[in-house]
Design a protein. Sequence first.
Length: 252
Amino acid sequence: MAYRTIELRREPGLLRVTLARPERRNGIDDETLRELHAALDEAEGDAACRAVVLAGRDGVFSTGMDFQSAAGDGGASDGGAAFFALLERFTTVPRVVIAQVDGQVAGGGVGLAAASDFVHATARSTFALPEALWGLLPCCVLPFLVRRVGFQKAYAATLSTQTISAAEAYRIHLVDEVAERPETVLRQLLFRLNRLDPVVVGDAKRYFRAFSGVDDRLREHAVAEFGRLMSAPAVRQRITEFVAHGRYPWER
C-alpha cells in the first residue's frame, strides 16, 4: 500500500518504520494507526523479518495525539480503541519491536515506546506525559507504562506532567539503552535476533502476557475512560482553542 504518514525501508532481517509527519510533530491520528498496523502486517508476512524498528525524525519521536485531527472529528473518532489495539499488538506480534528514540517523546509517543520490546534512546531524548494539563489522562498509555516502570513511577509521571531525561528514563526502565549511536546497539541485538525463530518470539510474548496485567477488562476500562474525557466540553474547548489560536490551557 501507499503510505502517507510513515516511511518503510526493508533491510536484511529488519523492517524500518519512520514516523514521517514532522510538521505535526509526528502526531498520531487514525490514518497513522492504520498505516502502522499495515506495516506490522508486512513484517509478519516476511518470514525473514525478525524485528521492526520504529523511529521518528527531526528530533521528534512522537508527541502523541494529533490535536488537529482530534478537533476536527468532534470527539466522534474511536481513536482510543484503535490506539490501544496498536499498543497491544506491539506486545503480541511475533516480531521484536524496537523503539529507536532521538529527541522528544510525549503523550501517546510514550505509549509507543512503553509497548515496544526494546527502547534505545540518545542522550538528548526526553519523555513526558502532559495530558493532565488538558484535562485528560494517558488512559491507553498507562497499562503499558505500568507494565514497564511500575505503578508509582507511572502515577507520578501522570500527575507531575514533568519532562524526564533519557538518563532518568533509563533509571526507571522506560529506556533499555542510552547510546549516542543507537545503530550500534541495534546491530548487536539484531545479531542475536537473527538466530531466533519468530515462533519463539510469539510464544514468549504470549507467555509473558499473563504477567503483564493487560487484559480485556483493562482494555475496556482504558478505552471507556479515554472516550469519557475526550467528550468532556472543557477538554474539547481546550483542544479547539489550541488548534485555532495556538493557546495552551494555562494561557487562558
